[in-house]
Design a protein around this ligand. Sequence first.
Ligand SMILES: *[C@@H]1O[C@H](CO)[C@@H](O)[C@H](O)[C@H]1NC(C)=O
Ligand SMILES: *[C@@H]1O[C@H](CO)[C@@H](O)[C@H](O)[C@H]1NC(C)=O
Ligand SMILES: *[C@@H]1O[C@H](CO)[C@@H](O)[C@H](O)[C@H]1NC(C)=O
Length: 229
Amino acid sequence: MRMLGHAETRMAPPSGHSLLLICVLGIFALDCFTRGQKNSTLIFTRENTIRKCSCSADIQDCDYSLASLMCSCKTVLPFAVERTSYSGRLTIWFTDTSALGLLLNFTLVQDLKLSLCSTNTLPTEYLAICGLKRLRINTEAKHPSPEQSLLIRSGGEHDPREQPPSLHTGWQTCMYASFLDMALFNRESSLKSYSIENVASIANNFPYFSHFKTFPVLSNKSYVVTFIY
Ligand SMILES: *[C@@H]1O[C@H](CO)[C@@H](O)[C@H](O)[C@H]1NC(C)=O
Ligand SMILES: *[C@@H]1O[C@H](CO)[C@@H](O)[C@H](O)[C@H]1NC(C)=O
Ligand SMILES: *[C@@H]1O[C@H](CO)[C@@H](O)[C@H](O)[C@H]1NC(C)=O
């Protein structure tokens, strides 16, 4: 009883010092909390403009006005689009392959979501992505189907092959190459993938695959190639 009484008297009028301490701790916690939530990048192409946004919340796919309202967005010029790498989660809302190819072909992305925001039929064309771990696709604008997700690989933080390609070597040093068949957006069937390890050269291993003749050769070290279709 005496202890409790003692505590109460100590608690009753908080001194200026403890108030200050509480405030400092509160601000610190809030700061940690907001810093802990990493914003994701959303890029959408519409009427020949590219908008690049930083969003703290998930936005309903293809809802352009909601994205403009909720995210911090800016217009980027097509030739100013950096095509090297994206860290964190990247979402792209696109309407045709040419815009998507411009944004994403030969870039480094680990966690990617692609949403087709039109009813366009896409040609069989391959999109090359380096380092892909998780892919999600949404084709709701074309046919009603739930979002699909594919885990290509997990972890690998200590894998030396995990090192992102440097700027000047770029694609040539990519050790995990994924090729996405754009025609998969036309189909209602589920996403499929297969990976082949220790491939010395795409062109030599898949001579029947004429599409890969146009792709620049990777390094002659062994690497993992994943086809997504
Ligand atoms: C995170 O997104 C919000 C909008 O959702 C934006 O106001 C804020 O500036 C973004 N933070 C960073 C670090 O980009
Ligand atoms: C990506 O680049 C390759 C090689 O230039 C090209 O053949 C392919 O069509 C491009 N893919 C897309 C989706 O633009
Ligand atoms: C292939 O790799 C070997 C050693 O691993 C190197 O000596 C050679 O220059 C490389 N060739 C090409 C074309 O990169």
